[in-house]
Design a binder for this molecule. Structure first.
Ligand SMILES: [Fe+2]
Length: 307
């Protein structure tokens, strides 16, 4: 793929040792210091009628890969209205446990990751629970050249076993043939063993972003290697052998460039899921975050600006 040659030109290697990077971690090992920031739009940016400044929002999203709206959305209904206007999708909760979650791109083990990932904070956790963002373009640029070469030559292989309740919900059908045929169009190898759906996806750790066509390191590698987080989501894992040195390098970089969102009620986050990975710090107390996996449609401004 032509875009991958950019990695060779852009890759400049890491400048800090793993030891140095440890100072960036908090007790959860998920990055205590903010890396490159993401823009926050607040009430000062609202348009005259109190409306959300959609052009500004989209401009910032394309520029930075994620944008935070603060003191601009008053309730969940307004949030859903905004998602429907720009990149609609199904409303869902987030992983319910209080554990931290390793960085991942949303649904990158499924074959059909959404374009946009939305979050809305109904209630922040009492302690911890920050969502972490990490720009995959920055990670790609900072990988060692030999690591880039490894990922260019070595696909990530994800395998997943999904129970009947989950697959029926996800595919909105109980027709197994239909499901297998849909997965085939996504290049996912799939079969049913009894009522369990087994899938296998071969994909690259390095992808091209939707806007800007930049190379990005975006995938679910770290999450798939984390046995706790993996068990929280479902039965899936990574079948590709990744050398420890490479896992450490990737983890070090994500810690260095992690950006924590210190949630406030009403915060809304719009993430370019083709570029920016997300994770979470562990937390205590009730935490209520709504998520929407948004798909850009031709009606939205997002699709119009494919540049
Ligand atoms: Fe996620």
């Amino acid at each position: 793929m032509e875009f991958l040659s950019k990695f060779i030109r852009l890759s400049r290697g890491t400048s800090k040792s793993f030891q140095e990077e440890k100072s960036f971690q908090d007790e959860t090992g998920m990055g205590a210091e903010p890396g490159d920031g993401f823009p926050i739009l607040n009430e000062q940016h609202l348009e005259s009628a109190g409306d959300i400044p959609c052009e500004l929002l989209i401009g910032k999203l394309k520029e930075s890969g994620a944008v935070i709206l603060r003191n601009a959305i008053r309730n969940k209904r307004e949030f859903i209205r905004l998602t429907k206007r720009l990149a609609p999708g199904e409303e869902r909760g987030v992983v319910a446990s209080e554990n931290s979650l390793e960085f991942h791109g949303e649904l990158y083990s499924s074959g059909c990751p959404p374009d946009i990932l939305w979050f809305y904070c109904v209630r922040p956790a009492e302690i911890g629970g920050q969502t972490l963002l990490c720009d995959g373009v920055t990670i790609a640029v900072n990988l060692l050249p030999e690591t880039t070469e490894f990922f260019m030559k070595t696909p990530l292989v994800y395998e997943r076993a999904v129970g009947r309740k989950s697959w029926a919900y996800r595919f909105k059908t109980k027709d197994k043939r239909k499901i297998l045929s849909e997965l085939q169009t996504l290049n996912v190898t799939a079969s049913f063993v009894g009522e369990t759906l087994h899938t296998r996806l071969e994909t690259s750790a390095l992808r091209q972003t939707k806007w800007g066509r930049e190379p990005a390191f975006i995938n679910s590698l770290l999450h798939a290697l984390d046995s706790t987080g993996r068990a929280d989501v479902s039965n899936y894992g990574l079948r590709t052998a990744i050398p420890d040195s490479i896992v450490n390098e990737v983890r070090t970089l994500t810690v260095r460039y992690a950006y924590p969102i210190h949630w406030q009620r009403g915060d809304t986050v719009m993430i370019d899921n083709t570029r920016v990975m997300h994770g979470r710090r562990r937390f205590q107390g009730r935490r209520d975050i709504v998520a929407v996996n948004g798909i850009c449609t031709t009606e939205t401004l997002l699709m119009a600006a494919h540049r």
